[in-house]
Every structure is written in structure tokens, then in C-alpha cells.
Design a protein around this ligand. Structure first.
Ligand code: GDG
Length: 459
């Protein structure tokens, strides 16, 4: 069996933190089974030159991490990654900062990653690079003469050409994707956007096997929608700890229905719009006042980036305003929490909720939507309200699919979900659970690695 080498911006330890994001959770599970190597940034910022890999082992997984120096952290991570590519790929050209210094840092760190990782590679390895921080890594590895099979998976959306072309060096960026052997996207829409870009901007072509060619290079590209470990979440949801949490929760609810939102505090997740929709719900359907509570868990992320500081203030103001407007002495409509809970507790809270409100403005997939489904009680499942702009909406057709910008409509859907008969809830849940179980994390990983290995063997 070939050794799998996973490369991502951050390497989580083998004990994922309560606040671990989607990628960390997914990769932790993915590496346990293969005797793999996980390479990436340690999360530490140091004075002077970073870049000597630190090697640790946990079970049969090897972790290799490097530190970054201050300037690289500012330009590569906070800069080009989080202030340029993240907003742009989420269709927020208005928030994207176009700064060539940032790009310089991005390029420097990708070259450093390639140099450090290169020393650890062995013949027969299969390399799987993750996400937008590391798009040029493949090109840098090839420049150093590495010929191993190279796969890249984009966890976030791939924007349509009209958006991507607002970036000053878009051609260089996409050109560097073409050196991979396989590119995975979350959805068919992302794949189509990529193909369209290659045709329109690079004058390239797409054949009927999904091979995309331009500049004399060709790459296989395909959608590989990421999944969750559905069984694990279902088990978490009935664990002792989960039961304790949900008992505490229902005691505090005193018979009221619970609506839950769980999101990293990020402007892509549609949180202000969600609060606005909930305010409209209370305002347009006044019978529900005093009967429903919205629990919004929003652990802060990327707090060094100004746009994240702003959204945090905005949410504090909005939740304070709504609570001020509607609260009674014995009922507060929104419980807004800026901290992370462990996964068992979250699963218990999902199960205790009548509605899961997952309304990002744009999201590559959205694992919370799938986790909410997996945590439900099959006999009395809750209803998922899901944004059409989450990749998950292309799979979870049993959800109530909404436009998160249309807050009046979302308000109506909340009312509809609360009134939904048990039979319909069960039927919708069964559809979704089937999809979540069949297309789980293992299927995702195996499918990607198998495809990459096959391409490597034939290429
Ligand atoms: C990126 C893409 C794509 C959240 N709060 C807590 C907590 N979480 C966990 C959730 C879920 C994960 O973090 C979030 O994953 P998402 O998919 O919702 O979103 P991103 O972090 O933006 O992830 C996304 C994903 O990568 C994977 O490809 O789906 O589109 O943006 O697992 O449960 N976990 C714990 N406590 C919390 O308070 N333990």
C-alpha cells in the first residue's frame, strides 16, 4: 500500500481541539487508517527564519510541522490566504484585499513548504494537498524535480470567472493548478466554474473524461463532495455526555422548541442575515414569541483579521438588539455563544433541536448540515433549513432549501419547519441520512485517493 502524504496549512495534533474546523476533523480521521505523513504549519510564529520540520509520531501517523516567521504569517496566512483568496473564492470581491506583498508571502511560504516537504518524500508516496493556502505547492514540488502523483482538493467554492478575474494574478494561480494530476472540488458547480475559467481565460479544453488541458498541461478534475463520519456522530449524539447536555438544555428550555446554529464566526456563514431572519420570524409570527429559542454557537476564528473583528461586533449588536426587543423576564430569544463545545456535546445539542439553521451565504460543503442530520433521533427527527449556496444543498435534498439573503422567506421556513408533521420530518430525514451515510468521510477519502493512485499508475 502506498504511503499517503497529506499537506495542509495547519496540522492538527492527534487530539483535535474542541474548536477544530472541518478540515482538521476530516483529515484526522483520514490519516489514522493509512500509515501516513501529515505535513504543514505548526501554528507557531517565530522571529527569524522558520522552516526546519519538527517530526513527531502518533500511532502509525507521522506529523511534520514547520514554524512560520512573522512576515510570512502576516502575508501568507492572514494576508493572501485569509484576506484575498478566502473572500474572493466565497464571492466577496468587496472584502478581498489585493496586495502584491501578500502574494509575495504566499509564494514564499509555498516554496518553503515544498523545500521542507521534499526532504521527507520517498519513492511510491502519493501526495494529497489541501485547500486554498497551498494552490502553488504542486508547482513548487515539480520545480524541485519531484515526480510523485500529486492531488489537490479545494475545500471552498471555486468562483465563476467573472469573480476570479478580479484577482491581479488569476492566470498564474490557475496555471499552477494544472501541474497536479488530480483536482477535486466539492460540487459539480465548482467543477463547472473551473472548466469555464480554463476555456474562457486560458483558451484550454475539457474532454469527455474530465481531463482539462491548457498551456500544454492536462489535469483530471472531478467533484468529490466531502462527507462526515456519520456513524460516529450518531454515536456521539446518544453518548452519556450528550445526554447530560441535552437534559440540561431541555430543563433550561422549559418546553420551548430549540433552533440551533453552529458556525465558525465567519462572514461567509450568513450569521447577520440569520439573526435578521429570526427577528422577522418573531415579528411576523408573534404566536411563537416565548415558545422558541435560537441557540447560536459561534466560536471566534481568524481574530487577527479586521473583517472578522467587524463581523463579531455586528453580531453582538444584532443579538443584543433582538434580545432587547423581544425578551421577557422569563424568556430570552437568542442565546449567542462565542465559544466552542466538544463534539459529543454538540451532537447532543443537535439532537435536542427541532430545527438546524444552516444558512451560509456561500460554503464549499458545510459539515454542520451533515452532522445535524446524523445526530437526529430517527423516531422524532428535527428539520434542516439549509442555504442553497452551501455545497451540501446539492446532496441534502430533504432539507428545506432557502435563499439566506431572502430573510422574509427564511422566517416563513422556520415557521413551516416548526409546524411540519412527524411523517414528513421522518421522510425527509431518511432521505438525508441515506445520503450522509452512503457518502461519508471514508467514501470521500477512498474515492479521492483511489482516483489519484489510478491516475498516477497510468500516467
Ligand atoms: C471548510 C469549508 C467545508 C464548529 N463549531 C464547533 C465545532 N465545529 C466544527 C463543526 C464542523 C466544522 O467545525 C466546521 O466545518 P464546516 O464545513 O461547517 O465549515 P469550515 O470550518 O468553514 O470548513 C467548508 C469544510 O472545510 C470541509 O471541507 O465543508 O465548506 O469552509 O465539523 O462541527 N466543533 C467543535 N466545537 C464547536 O464549537 N468540537
Amino acid at each position: 500500500m502506498k504511503r499517503l502524504v497529506v499537506v495542509s496549512n495547519r496540522v492538527a495534533s492527534n487530539e483535535p481541539k474542541a474548536s477544530a474546523g472541518g478540515l482538521a476533523v476530516a483529515l484526522d480521521a483520514a490519516l489514522r487508517e493509512s500509515e501516513g505523513l501529515w505535513f504543514g504549519w505548526s501554528g507557531k510564529v517565530v522571529d527569524g527564519i522558520g522552516g526546519t520540520p519538527r517530526i513527531t509520531r502518533s500511532g502509525n501517523v507521522t506529523f511534520a510541522t514547520i514554524d512560520l516567521e512573522n512576515q510570512d504569517f502576516d502575508d501568507y496566512y492572514n494576508g493572501y490566504g485569509n484576506r484575498t483568496l478566502w473572500p474572493l473564492f466565497h464571492y466577496r470581491a468587496d472584502l478581498a484585499v489585493f496586495d502584491r506583498r501578500y502574494y509575495g508571502g504566499y509564494h514564499r511560504v509555498n516554496a518553503l513548504f515544498a523545500q521542507c516537504l521534499g526532504q521527507l518524500l520517498k519513492p511510491g508516496d502519493v501526495i494529497w494537498v489541501h485547500d486554498f493556502h497551498l494552490i502553488p505547492l504542486g508547482e513548487e514540488l515539480r520545480k524541485l524535480g519531484h515526480k510523485l502523483p500529486l492531488g489537490f482538493f479545494l475545500h471552498i467554492p471555486f468562483p465563476v470567472p467573472q469573480i476570479l478575474t478580479t484577482l491581479f494574478n488569476h492566470k498564474k494561480l490557475v496555471r499552477s493548478l494544472l501541474v497536479y494530476d488530480l483536482i477535486g472540488f466539492q460540487t459539480d458547480s465548482d467543477l463547472r466554474a473551473f472548466e469555464e475559467y480554463v476555456r474562457l481565460e486560458l483558451g484550454g479544453s475539457v474532454d469527455n473524461r474530465g481531463v482539462i488541458s491548457a498551456y500544454g498541461m492536462s489535469v483530471h478534475a472531478q467533484a468529490f463532495p466531502i462527507g462526515i463520519d456519520a456513524q460516529q456522530i450518531a454515536n456521539f449524539a446518544v453518548s452519556k455526555q450528550a445526554q447530560r447536555q441535552s437534559e440540561r438544555m431541555s430543563k433550561s428550555l422549559a418546553g420551548r422548541d430549540l433552533i440551533i446554529g453552529v458556525d465558525r464566526l465567519d462572514y461567509t456563514k450568513g450569521l447577520p442575515e440569520r439573526l435578521n431572519a429570526f427577528e422577522k420570524f418573531l415579528s411576523n409570527f408573534p404566536d411563537n414569541r416565548g415558545r422558541v429559542t435560537l441557540l447560536q454557537i459561534a466560536p471566534p476564528s481568524r481574530s487577527d483579521v479586521p473583517e472578522y473583528v467587524e463581523i463579531r461586533h455586528e453580531l453582538e449588536t444584532a443579538s443584543g438588539h433582538i434580545n432587547g426587543r423581544f425578551s421577557e423576564f422569563d424568556w430570552v430569544p437568542i442565546r449567542y455563544i462565542n465559544k466552542a463545545y466538544n463534539r459529543q456535546a454538540l451532537a447532543g445539542l443537535f439532537r435536542a433541536s427541532r430545527i438546524g439553521l444552516v444558512t451560509p451565504l456561500r460554503d464549499g460543503m458545510n459539515l454542520v448540515a451533515k452532522e445535524f442530520v446524523a445526530a437526529q433521533n430517527p423516531e422524532d427527527p428535527g428539520v434542516l433549513i439549509l442555504s442553497r449556496f452551501a455545497g451540501a444543498a446539492q446532496q441534502l435534498v430533504g432539507a428545506l432549501i432557502v435563499n439566506p439573503h431572502d430573510t422574509d422567506d427564511v422566517a416563513k421556513y422556520i415557521e413551516r419547519a416548526l409546524l411540519m408533521p412527524l411523517d414528513e420530518r421522518r421522510e425527509r430525514w431518511r432521505d438525508m441520512m441515506k445520503s450522509v451515510s452512503e457518502n461519508d468521510l471514508t467514501a470521500w477519502r477512498e474515492n479521492f485517493v483511489r482516483t489519484l493512485t489510478d491516475i498516477g499508475a497510468s500516467g
